[in-house]
Design a protein around this ligand. Structure first.
Ligand SMILES: [Cu+2]
Length: 148
């Protein structure tokens, strides 16, 4: 094995680490996020929320007709809003992933289909792709230098 081969092997390994290793720190500072969700038979508006891990999330649930609830899968938390009233649910989005939230108050025929989605993710891929690009540049630079 010559040194150049070993170097390229190390570079590939570094690339794999950058692409797949879990980040030791959160790439984005946690924020406070407030969402106002209108609940009516049989939908939420908006029905999809996107936050970053560590964010403090406040959901203001407003019912526009009958009593509706909002239960977040995975987080096991819920809130109930009376007709015309606003109920507040606050939590820290400390679990990354995609979670469904659903109405937990029987509100009519289509009640089981009253669902929404909470996405707790981050734009890690943005930072990882920068890391990979930097490694590629280093690789090209070094291999060119060794040829001359
Ligand atoms: Cu319901």
């Amino acid at each position: 094995m010559n040194s150049r081969f070993i170097f390229l092997l190390l570079l590939v390994m570094a690339g794999l680490v950058v692409a797949f290793a879990p980040l030791p720190v959160q790439s984005i500072a946690p924020q406070e996020r407030t969402f106002r969700i209108e609940a009516g038979q049989f939908a939420y508006s908006p029905s999809e929320l996107k936050v970053n891990p560590g964010d403090t999330v406040t959901i203001q649930l407003v019912s526009t007709d009958v009593v509706h609830g909002l239960y977040v899968d995975g987080y096991d938390i819920s809130v109930e809003a009376d007709p015309g009233q606003t109920a507040t649910l606050a939590f820290i989005a400390d679990k990354p992933g995609s979670f469904r939230f659903r109405c937990n108050v029987t509100c009519g025929a289509m009640h089981p289909f009253m669902i929404g989605k909470l996405n707790v993710g981050s734009n890690n891929w943005f930072f990882r792709s920068i890391g990979l690009a930097a490694l590629a540049i280093v690789g090209v630079f070094v291999s060119k230098r060794q040829k001359t």
